[in-house]
Write a protein that binds this ligand. Structure first.
Ligand code: DGL
Length: 274
């Protein structure tokens, strides 16, 4: 295994770019190969079997590109598929839910934590399980927010419709005294400012928003150090972006999210990686 090999990052769409962004700014020497499964987004409403099979295909594709490690930059795939695919492939696979749970357990002062995510992630109960494993005295409240992903994929990031949707979802936490809210879907940090405003309106001041991408990148750094896999390159690497549909639309959204210029996004027929 060579150090100059790329890091594979994947999600159902543009959400994983919030994780890629964190990796690019904290590990600037590392080259990323990103895959967004735009033909099959959203994952949040799909079954465990389907999300696991999609994840397998993407991991096979990323391995065919010679990646040294894979970051599952999707909470839904982390919740539903990671345990299985980790046993099936030799490449190290990192998820976003464990780092997210750790960050939330550290961030809460009063032990009351809210988690927002896709239907799949919330139904799996993964955040509650992990958080109660860290501290059984915590109170964890989950809320599925299925409309957020299509709104983000449409680029409706500052829209009044999105604000109203957020208000309806976040009102569910009223009276629960949460002082920490986990953005348990990698699309949600793109709505961070809007969510922060709405949280202030409906829940008051003093609620910390947790983006699992920060701690995930620390885990990645630790893994690369432990295995001697840091890239030795001096120059800023050129990242590569693949999608399963709508390459041009993805490229323009990616350019509004990432701190680097996304020159080209390529289409891949991901089903052939069965
Ligand atoms: N961004 C993903 C997540 O973190 C998937 C969202 C979806 O496709 O429903 O859960």
């Amino acid at each position: 295994m060579g150090c100059d090999l790329p890091i594979g990052v994947f999600d159902s769409g543009v959400g994983g770019l919030t994780v890629a962004k964190e990796i690019i700014s904290r590990l600037p020497g590392e080259r990323i190969i990103y895959f967004g499964d735009t033909a099959r987004v959203p994952y949040g409403s799909k079954s465990r079997e389907t999300v696991t099979e999609y994840s397998r295909q993407i991991i096979r594709f990323l391995i065919s590109q010679g990646v040294k490690v894979i970051v599952v930059a999707c909470n839904t795939a982390s919740a539903l598929a990671v345990d299985v695919v980790r046993r099936e492939f030799d490449v190290p696979i990192l998820d976003v839910v464990r780092p997210g749970a750790r960050t939330a357990a550290d961030a809460t002062q009063n032990g009351s934590i809210g988690v927002i995510g896709t239907e799949g992630t919330i139904r799996s109960g993964i955040y509650s399980k992990l958080l109660y494993g860290i501290n059984p005295d915590l109170n964890v409240y989950g809320k599925a927010c299925p409309l957020f992903v299509p709104l983000v994929e449409e680029g409706w990031i500052y829209d009044s419709v999105t604000r109203e949707v957020a208000r309806r979802y976040l009102e569910e936490f009223q009276g629960k005294d949460v002082d920490c809210l986990v953005l348990g879907c990698t699309h949600y940090p793109l709505l961070r400012n809007l969510i922060r405003d709405v949280v202030r309106e409906v829940l008051g001041e003093g609620v910390t928003l947790v983006n699992p991408a920060v701690e995930t990148t620390k885990d990645l750094k630790f893994l690369l150090a432990e295995r001697g896999l840091f890239s030795g390159g001096e120059d800023l690497p050129e990242h590569t972006f693949y999608v399963s549909d709508g390459a041009e639309k993805f490229r323009s959204l990616a350019n509004s999210i990432l701190p680097c210029n996304v020159i080209e996004t390529k289409d891949v027929t991901i089903k052939t990686f069965e």
